[in-house]
Design a protein around this ligand. Structure first.
Ligand code: DX5
Ligand code: ZN
Length: 219
């Protein structure tokens, strides 16, 4: 069984409270929080995501899975760690050098969160390998980061397979999370490729029955 992290990026603001409740009832494993700064990617979701985190941490026990699509990683680790997320993930492409990557890893651990590193579809896996012993998960982007509701880029599937192979060959325990354009019709191939956590936004939000969709994504 894989875990499901529901992206709340595309939740309609008018119905947010009801939708977040319905996701919780549907037994999602995490709320996936897409933090965009208007610099690393065009959109800016900072205020909205701070508001959602504040609300969720007061009413829900479902763990938060924070995905930072930001340039100033250090500041946002600090501003989102107050919500005690289970996972904080940053983008490898946001770092200037190895020292900065290691500093961010340490800072996330000091805040008692699990550490994830994400790569965009065009970033090579090899750039990540040296960090795997220090982190808990890799977030493989299956679309270009920046917006919800895009179509999954097929070429990212072999990347997941190769990453899984590398993790097994090196006896690592790193989890693989996949994010972007994921829905029931392509979930199976991602699970076969080695995904441990599926992020899904519109795939769940546009479905009739959240509970049924989440259940089928998991098996
Ligand atoms: C893209 C985000 C994803 C995405 C998920 O930048 O990181 O989390 O919005 O939403 P769907 O499942 O709708 O592609
Ligand atoms: Zn995301």
């Amino acid at each position: 069984m894989v875990e499901v992290s529901a992206s709340i990026l595309s939740v309609k603001k008018e119905n947010a409270i009801q939708t977040l409740y319905n996701l919780e009832v549907a037994k999602i494993d995490y709320f996936h929080i897409d933090v965009m700064d208007g610099e690393f990617v065009k959109n800016n979701t900072i205020d909205q995501m701070l508001e959602y985190c504040e609300y969720l941490s007061s009413i829900s026990t479902i763990p938060l899975d924070v995905h930072l699509m930001v340039k100033d990683v250090k500041s946002y680790i600090t501003s989102f760690s107050v919500f005690e997320p289970n996972i904080i993930t940053f983008h490898l492409e946001a770092a200037k050098n190895k020292q900065e990557v290691m500093e961010w890893i340490t800072l996330i651990k000091e805040n008692h969160c699990r550490v994830g590193i994400s790569i965009k579809p065009d970033t090579a896996l090899q750039e990540l390998y040296e960090y795997l012993p220090y982190i808990h998960l890799i977030l493989v982007m299956t679309v270009e980061p920046g917006e919800g509701g895009q179509k999954l880029i097929e070429s990212t599937i072999s990347k997941i397979e190769n990453l899984k192979k590398y993790i097994e060959e090196n006896a690592l325990e790193t989890q693989i999370e996949v994010d972007g354009g994921i829905q029931l019709k392509n979930a199976e191939v991602l699970k076969q490729a080695g995904a441990d956590i599926l992020v899904s936004g519109n795939g769940i939000l546009n479905s009739e029955d959240y509970e049924k969709t989440v259940k089928e994504l998991k098996v």
